[in-house]
Write a protein that binds this ligand. Structure first.
Ligand SMILES: [Zn+2]
Length: 162
């Protein structure tokens, strides 16, 4: 999909036809705010919308928000963003919001213990613990089954090159 703008992409996804009868969607069924929040908390991704056609078939539209990606092309100011997106894509392990909440709880408990024992600030330990969890998941982009390669970095720096 290289070279297509994010706007084109969103339109294509939005006009997706019914996989059963091929008709155009007539409505979108959205999950409740609670369901959306809970889904995000557990998966880190938005709930895909459910589309309906006039015959009442329902299908998942996929996550429209995830394809509305800003495509910076050759704007060098966006290079760090593109690079971090590329690294994120290669992560074999993805932390979800739930992971960080757990990490915060564990870090705070550990910090409380260390504050009692050696006088460290509990919140510093909690922060460091969360940072360590984040780094661990990020590092899976380099040791996972689909590690970042030189070509991936070259692709980001020069998307038109071969
Ligand atoms: Zn249909």
């Amino acid at each position: 999909m290289r070279g297509r703008s994010s706007a084109e992409w969103a339109v294509t996804v939005g006009s997706q036809r019914c996989p059963q009868c091929g008709k155009k969607p007539v409505g979108v069924v959205r999950a409740s705010p609670w369901d959306r929040t809970w889904h995000w908390f557990n998966s880190g991704t938005p709930v895909p919308d459910t589309m309906t056609c006039e015959d009442g078939h329902q299908w998942s539209s996929g996550s429209i928000s995830s394809v509305r990606v800003y495509r910076p092309g050759h704007d060098w100011a966006w290079l760090p963003v593109s690079l971090s997106r590329m690294v994120s894509r290669h992560r074999s392990m993805q932390a979800v919001p739930r992971t960080y909440v757990l990490a915060a709880v564990v870090g705070a408990l550990l910090g409380g213990l260390l504050e009692l024992l050696v006088g460290w600030s509990w919140w510093l330990v909690a922060l460091a613990f969360m940072a360590a969890v984040w780094l661990f998941f990020l590092s899976s982009a380099f040791w996972g089954p689909d590690p970042v390669r030189i070509d991936d970095i070259r692709d980001v720096i020069d998307p038109q090159g071969s």
